[in-house]
Design a protein around this ligand. Sequence first.
Ligand code: NAP
Length: 263
Amino acid sequence: MGLGTWQFGEDSERREEEIATIRLGIDLGLTLIDTAEMYGDGRSEMLVGEAIEGRRDDVFIVTKVYPHNASRRAMHTACNQSLQRLRIDVIDLYLLHWPGEVPLGETVQAFEDLQRDGKIRHWGVSNFDLKVMHALQSTRGGSAIQTNQVLYNLARRGIESDLLPWLRKQRIPVMAYSPIEQGRLLKARGLVEFAKQHAMTPAQVALAWLLAQDGVIAIPKTGNRERLKENASALEHPLSAAHLHELDSLFPPPKGPSPLATI
Ligand code: NAP
């Protein structure tokens, strides 16, 4: 499990608590931090940079480049700006935020340039459906991809019919974004009742369910230390096969392929 940071740095009154939450997350072992140049127009990256001050070696930084910056020239500039905001020398994992107009071959070359220059360690993608994944795999250098970050949670199981099994076969981890559906999932009656019966909170069930899925990383966002502790303790509540079966009846897996959902 890692830390999401969408909307971080956008409200000055929440800033201190957001920084404290990231620092607590690192202490609790949630050392993968996900951000993007898009979030708050760079303000999320700046806040992350401040929060990880003095702890660079403890964290794994994931950030994302806009599709319109995915050419060789523009990505070079965008990456330098992200590095500056994050106050680090190298990005651990740099993702293309969603598929865009720049040909995939050029984007892969841009990632390779940055790797050669020591500015990024690894690269990956986000919001790629199976068709675009196939196109990427047939692009020269495309098989070096390290993750596909997509919308995935108990209420959004569409990727299970085609994308997820394919990614598992290729041994490409999935990074599940909006793992509690931006908070909306926590009100689902079935989940609330299940959580009560098993002495967990709805957020812990939703996160433990994702962590039980092979090859899946969850990146919940909270800017509140109490909720962070609640979310992190999902790691201490692994779900049994019987629990997973019960959750399947409350939130059924897809019956067939559907277009990739996004938020
Ligand atoms: P999320 O993590 O599913 O939900 C975040 C919301 O839930 C926040 O409003 C948060 O409020 C609240 N929350 C968190 N824990 C809670 C708890 N235990 N009880 C009650 N409320 C709780 O949604 P997300 O932010 O959309 O997704 C997570 C991360 O994935 C993002 O932050 C971002 O890093 C990434 N993401 C990527 C993409 C992409 O296109 N690649 C798209 C969306 C998101 P508080 O902060 O007030 O606690």
